[in-house]
Ligand binder design. Sequence first.
Ligand code: CDT
Length: 314
Amino acid sequence: MQRSIVTAAAQMGPIARSDTRHQVVDRLIALLHEAHKRGAELVVFPELTLTTFFPRWYLTDPSEIDVFFESSMPGPDTQRLFDEARRLGVGFYLGYAELSEEDGGRHRFNTSVLVDRAGRLVGKYRKIHLPGYDAPQPGRDSQHLEKYYFEPGNLGFPVWRTMGAVMGMCICNDRRWPETYRVLALQGVEMVLVGYNTPDDHTGNFDFDSLTGFHSQLSVQAGAYQNSIWVVATAKAGLEEGSNLIGQSMIVAPSGQVVAMATSTGDEVVTARCDLDMATLYRQTIFNLARHRQPQHYGLIVERKGPVPPPEDD
Ligand code: CDT
């Protein structure tokens, strides 16, 4: 019997700073209905889904910062989404800014949760690769201050057997790192869910920035193919508070092929039936990690602090 799961990438257009959680959750529920109408059993929402992408601003007043964070999930504003998803029998991935009281202190993480079709919270992931800076950079109109607002995730890259598949999560910049997919693949992941907010001026170098869409797609396709996994990557997109966020939400097969992609930079649902046996096929053949991977021959991995020194003069 074929194992498959109909999956939706539920891209969101821009969210203004003044938009309320209620307005945002209304949009999420509309996307959920659209996905369900198309047969989706699992919906992937973006990174930091509930608010505008606030790391573009340097805020110092804790009360101004706290409004972007959730101290419980589900919370008073998101309970409606959880209830509606359970009623429809649709699982989902949701990214949000998490304020956590643990180890005797307050901690802030860039987090996602995975919820199954019965509305049960299956797992939580906290973003490990935080891009940008921990202090504002002079000369930039738009900052990228994730290192200022968040701590690196402390939950590793777990996988969960749920909804008929082995699933893992990552968040935005994580998708550019081969380690992300490989650490998940070594645990048998079949489907990786990722939300993102990617400004089209994120490096400040136009030669690089003009390739932003290409690099996003390249990272997801390479991760999928080299690790035999389905990747569902969902953007927050469009012109948000003066910053252009790329769209191109996509579903990529273990073959590396893009099987669905958003064509707008607004609220948009794309779906695909993800055949999990395709992941098995690639993993049993070209990328049979147990048979073909050769870590014992890779040599000692030396982490240098700087470049390899130049040859010494005789
Ligand atoms: N949100 C996020 O991680 N965005 C980054 C772009 C910014 S890098 C300064 C990304 O990798 O898409």
